[in-house]
Design a protein around this ligand. Structure first.
Ligand code: NAD
Ligand code: TYD
Length: 346
């Protein structure tokens, strides 16, 4: 493994992963293959381009484009594909599922087919805890659990996982899957809840908490996720899936309280609004399988949230232009007419 194609490498987790891998492995080369949708941004990688010279290359392309994928794999002599490319936001998948089916299902198929065609390249699929659906009682999702996705986003990711398994079983493709929890950290597009709420709060705008805010999520620092992916790539058993999370969970309301406290902003910014359709109540994964390979998270939820908040406070150059562009239209469409249930007391 030396020449990696990282699809979706200009997005949030992908750009953190590219930086992490180039720093850790001086003999690796990384080619980012990215369509540059609204979520993919060249500036997420501007320091990488400057720091790593010809060990890093960027190709603008769509993973649904068979010829472009094949050309990039051949031109850069790629031996390993790590597929981060996806449409990723649940609320957008509820409004417009089409791009999710294209990229997360058909795009995954195109990459698998190219990997097979070029002599069974090593393939790693970045997946999500959302494929398990929402989890009842005290259960923590195991890699062997049935997939039970409930949103168009989660269903498209689950379809990707099934395709990867099928290619491993049918064609012996050397493939692995990792299923990450809710990542937070630098360069996350401010549609996702933590960067949305930090940047709203910095603008003294209300924080739209869906429903009662008692949904449970595992807010994981992005570098913990990157380390887990690295470990699965190098030490994971082929044909296997690995959960990557802290193994713990927190309510959205608790996350909001930590976030507001770190900013020194009042709780009165909390505004309970009409819930998301089909909102998954709880995600939580058992991460013993990855820990058995020697991994453990470096950050607690609270540390991850505070560190993320500070990054947004210190980097308005990155998010202010985003919030004034396409984002404004999106925000109006999703939140403009949303019913307000209640405001929090001071
Ligand atoms: P993101 O939305 O920030 O970035 C996605 C990237 O994929 C962007 O750079 C975009 O331009 C690119 N892309 C989209 N469609 C493409 C296409 N057709 N061809 C090429 N590139 C395309 O996403 P993220 O949050 O960084 O998520 C990355 C991966 O991790 C996704 O597969 C997602 O399902 C998975 N994941 C995310 C989380 C999370 O909390 N964000 C958690 C678990 C798993
Ligand atoms: P999100 O960041 O969209 O991730 P996911 O839905 O993939 O877990 O949302 C995280 C949680 O925050 C989820 O329970 C939905 C909730 N949420 C809100 O309460 N308000 C919001 O405006 C958003 C975007 C999310």
């Amino acid at each position: 493994m030396q020449n990696l194609l990282v699809t979706g490498g200009a997005g949030f987790i992908g750009s953190n992963f590219v930086r992490y891998m180039l720093e850790k492995y001086p003999d690796y080369r990384v080619v980012v293959f990215d369509k540059l949708t609204y979520a993919g941004r060249r500036e997420n990688l501007q320091d990488v381009a400057a720091a790593f010279g010809d060990r890093y290359a960027f190709v603008q392309g769509d993973i649904c484009d068979q010829a472009a994928v094949r050309a990039a794999l051949i031109a850069h002599d790629v031996d390993t594909i790590v597929n981060f490319a996806a449409e990723t936001h649940v609320d957008r998948s509820i409004m417009d599922p089409d791009a999710f089916i294209q990229t997360d299902v058909y795009g995954t198929y195109v990459l698998l087919e190219a990997a097979r065609d070029l002599g069974n390249l090593r393939y790693h699929q970045i997946s999500t805890d959302e494929v398990y659906g929402h989890i009842h009682g005290d259960h923590r999702s195991l890699e062997t659990d049935n997939l039970a996705p409930r949103s168009p986003y989660a269903a498209s990711k689950a379809a990707g996982d099934h395709l990867v398994n099928a290619y491993h079983i049918t064609y012996d493709l050397p493939a692995t899957i990792s299923r990450g929890a809710n990542n937070i950290g630098p360069f996350q597009y401010p549609e996702k809840v933590v960067p949305l709420f930090v940047t709203n709060a910095l603008n003294d705008m209300p924080l739209p908490v869906y429903g009662d805010g008692r949904q449970m999520r595992d807010y994981q620092y992005v570098l913990d996720h990157c380390e887990g992916v690295d470990l699965v790539l190098h030490a994971g058993a082929l044909g296997e899936a690995y959960n990557i999370g802290t193994g713990r969970e927190m309510t959205n309301l608790r996350m909001v309280e930590i976030l507001l406290d770190e900013l020194g902003k009042p709780r009165s910014l909390i505004q309970h609004v009409e819930d998301r359709q089909g909102h998954d109540r709880r995600y939580c994964m058992n991460v013993d399988k990855l820990m058995a390979l020697g991994w453990e998270p470096d950050y607690t939820h609270e540390e991850a949230i505070r560190k993320t908040v500070r990054w947004y406070v210190n980097n308005p150059w990155w998010w202010e232009p985003i919030r004034s562009g396409e984002f404004k239209e999106y925000y109006q469409r999703l939140y403009g007419d949303r019913q307000i249930i209640s405001e929090a007391a001071e």
